[in-house]
Design a protein around this ligand. Structure first.
Ligand SMILES: N[C@@H](CCC(=O)N[C@@H](CS)C(=O)NCC(=O)O)C(=O)O
Length: 229
């Protein structure tokens, strides 16, 4: 059975959605990153980058969420679009755009707005601007398409869903949806799927630490320790 090392954060949640969509049996293994469990040797042996998600499928280990969604979609033969080379090009492009653009810029916008020990206007402005710019690229893509690849729901939509859940936290509150109506339509359409509802059930199965206290900051933002030296 596939072992799924996860937390409730955006990158693990996109994998949870795909696992639920393809229907392969899996064992969810919680990693409480606010307690520092991502740094335990059992996890770093699977992902030297000390982050979730990671899956172990027999003798295959895959880390980094978009690598995992591609691996699982190819294993199951599902959610890869219509299979033409043209669609494959779009699928790879958008998966990488999400991995290298949407994820990192949204993550840094959250970091500097909500978690940085000091308010740094330059950093807040840069990442807020770039986060909005990336989400507006998605918004434009969805202006004349139902799903990211056209008329078929695919792994690209699932990879986006992990981050869609965090959009108000990234972009300054729920009112941001008024500026992203096509993106919101996609979010609602995925939320209405039974697989997304099963992910909600998974979220309720294990209680993760909620507090962003000193222990959590030390585990997740170890660079801050250098400032104390
Ligand atoms: N590029 C990686 C990023 C993984 C990542 O940043 N995971 C976060 C949760 S979304 C994490 O493990 N955070 C804990 C930490 O940074 O210590 C992926 O897409 O899987």
């Amino acid at each position: 059975m596939i072992q799924f090392h996860y937390s409730l954060a955006p990158n693990p949640m996109k994998v949870a959605l795909l696992l639920e969509e393809i229907g392969l049996p899996y064992e969810p293994i919680p990693v409480d990153t606010r307690k520092g469990e991502q740094h335990l040797p059992a996890l770093t042996a699977l992902n030297p980058n000390a982050k979730v998600p990671v899956i172990v499928d027999g003798d295959v280990t895959v880390f980094d969420s978009n690598a995992i969604v591609l691996y699982l979609a190819e294993k199951s033969g599902q959610f890869l679009g219509d299979g033409t080379p043209a669609t494959r090009g779009q699928l790879l492009s958008w998966l990488m755009f999400i991995a290298s653009g949407i994820g990192p810029f949204s993550g840094q916008a959250v970091h500097f707005n909500h978690y940085a020990p000091e308010k740094v206007p330059y950093a807040i402005n840069r990442y807020d601007y770039e986060a909005w710019r990336h989400w507006n690229v998605i918004e434009a893509r969805l202006a004349d398409r139902l799903w990211m690849l056209g008329d078929q729901y695919s792994v690209v939509d699932m990879a986006l869903w992990g981050w869609l859940r965090a959009v108000p936290f990234v972009l300054g509150g729920a009112e941001c949806w008024a500026r992203l109506p096509n993106t919101k339509r996609l979010f609602d359409a995925i939320n209405a799927r039974p697989a997304a509802q099963r992910v909600d059930a998974l979220r309720a199965r294990h209680t993760f630490k909620a507090e962003m206290d000193a222990e959590a900051h030390k585990a997740m933002f170890p660079q801050n320790e250098r400032l104390k030296a």
